[in-house]
Write a protein that binds this ligand. Structure first.
Ligand SMILES: Cc1cc2nc3c(=O)[nH]c(=O)nc-3n(C[C@H](O)[C@H](O)[C@H](O)COP(=O)(O)O)c2cc1C
Length: 188
């Protein structure tokens, strides 16, 4: 069921770093993502793939992980992502929702294949641009980190007035509060 896939598709931040994700796997994810809706059907998002250790490490240095977990600086060696998809858009193009729609589709497809991932918007874009030797004509929109998940993530039902910050318990299980349905729909 789609709902089960959506529940399984959490933001994973710890991975089996040694389990490779291939270029072919990444291409197939984008092959699925490219079929989604697109504002005015412009399809302006472009991609840079990373699946080799040195490039992965370079990209990793540009990313900021889990801001609510103040005592955690991000995945340690051995638990870092095995691959990345960097999502780009030409400077000046105004298609603000496309990368989210594509990105979520990519993550759902990845989850279906046993992978897991995480969106990253908190990026040192100047450093990443430099590392990727990115042409001036592109902006960096999002990075999707991917790999085989090495952590358990569970959802917690909350009211809209409760704390929305995710947290980790003593067994390193990651808990993500989600606001209950009744608090979200305003008219019934
Ligand atoms: C657009 C977007 C940007 C995000 N950027 C980051 C980020 O820079 N670093 C990070 O660790 N998580 C990032 N996340 C992951 C969110 O923190 C995560 O979606 C949220 O905590 C809810 O967890 P869930 O995805 O498991 O439901 C981002 C998510 C989205 C949708």
């Amino acid at each position: 069921m789609l709902k089960d896939l959506v529940i399984k598709n959490r933001s994973y931040r710890r991975f089996y770093q040694d389990r490779a994700v291939t270029c072919g796997q990444l291409k197939e994810l984008i092959n699925i993502g490219r079929l989604t809706a697109s504002g005015a059907n412009r399809q302006s998002v472009r991609y840079i793939l990373s699946y080799e250790s040195q490039k992965n490490e370079d990209i990793f240095q540009c990313l900021r992980w889990a801001g609510y977990l103040e005592d955690w600086d991000g995945p340690e060696e051995g638990e870092k992502p095995a691959a990345y998809i960097v999502m780009l858009e030409p400077v000046g193009v105004n298609a603000p929702h496309d990368e989210g729609i594509i990105g979520q589709t990519i993550l759902l497809a990845a989850t279906e294949q046993g992978l897991g991932g995480c969106f990253l918007a908190n990026i040192d874009r100047i450093m990443l641009r430099d590392i990727l030797h990115l042409e001036e004509k592109y902006d960096i929109k999002l990075v999707i980190a991917l790999g085989y998940p090495k952590e358990e993530v569970v959802l917690e039902e909350i009211s809209e007035t409760d704390n929305i910050k995710y947290y980790r318990d003593t067994k390193k299980v990651h808990h993500v509060p989600k606001i209950k349905l009744e608090d979200l729909i305003l008219n019934c």
